[in-house]
Design a protein around this ligand. Structure first.
Ligand SMILES: Nc1nc2c(ncn2[C@@H]2O[C@H](COP(=O)(O)OP(=O)(O)OP(=O)(O)O)[C@@H](O)[C@H]2O)c(=O)[nH]1
Ligand SMILES: [Mg+2]
Length: 224
């Protein structure tokens, strides 16, 4: 008999008090018939993020070394056979969770949301980030012989076995890039699906376009 899937949703948070309540409520609604856990990995928020998280039945971990480090910690403490990475600012639509989960159930190792496939899109990405992402996509596809359409986007799902193979190290915003590269290097079965990125619902973003663009470039080059 096939065991029912158990899903771990890993959410890094840093000062997301204006978003977390709505996010957790919507996930609960969307995943009504699923077995799942939510893991919040908080970067020592100064606002009420943790207080809000405590109102829900979620696991709360702490990490002060960046978004990538928080995700790696969350992955390492998850128990699902399917794992999802998701931002806390409602840019990643909980309505898309089931498709991410079901793609892994159907046999893929990794499913990556893409804003640049037909029916995908973004109301959150600036012109400069769009150009940067396009350049990095081309560079990765050239160096690693992949076919990605998006790389700097963190709405993704993984099988547990696939995640183990990635051996991730990037502590900051290079994490998505490292995942894309390591997935290809390990010959994993990857599917990109269209995703629509909403504008951050409340609060302000932590990514600094130039500094983190440089981090992403270094991540691409150091893995050759
Ligand atoms: N634990 C932890 N989480 C972080 C850190 N930096 C960002 N995050 C979280 O990672 C997710 C993505 O960060 P954002 O600041 O939204 O980055 P972004 O989406 O590129 O920026 P915006 O488009 O302006 O929202 C959010 O859930 C953040 O709260 C950090 O240093 N530690
Ligand atoms: Mg964001």
């Amino acid at each position: 008999m096939k065991l029912k899937s158990f899903v771990s949703i890993v959410i890094p948070t840093l000062d997301e008090e204006g978003n977390l309540d709505k996010l957790l409520k919507t996930i609960r609604y969307e995943l009504n018939d699923y077995n799942y856990e939510i893991i919040i990995v908080d970067g020592y928020s100064k606002d009420k993020t943790v207080k809000i998280a405590k109102k829900y039945k979620v696991k709360i971990l702490y990490d002060n070394a960046g978004k990538g480090s928080a995700l790696i910690k969350g992955f390492g403490n998850s128990k699902g056979n399917i794992i999802v990475s998701m931002d806390a600012d409602l840019s990643h639509r909980p309505e898309e969770l089931k498709l991410l989960i079901n793609t892994i159930k159907s046999g893929y190792d990794i499913c990556m949301g893409s804003r640049f496939l037909n029916n995908g899109g973004s109301e959150d990405i600036s012109m400069i980030r769009r150009i940067g992402n396009k350049f990095f996509v081309k560079l990765i596809n050239f160096i690693y012989k992949s076919n990605y359409t998006d790389i700097c986007y963190g709405y993704r799902s993984f099988s547990r076995n696939a995640l183990k193979k990635l051996s991730l190290n990037e502590k900051g915003f290079g994490i998505e890039t490292e995942i894309s590269i390591m997935a290809k290097k390990n010959n994993l079965k990857i599917l990109e699906i269209p995703s629509f990125e909403k504008k951050r619902y409340n609060g302000s973003g932590k990514l600094r376009t130039l500094q983190d663009g440089y981090v992403i470039l270094k991540t691409i080059l150091k893995n050759i």
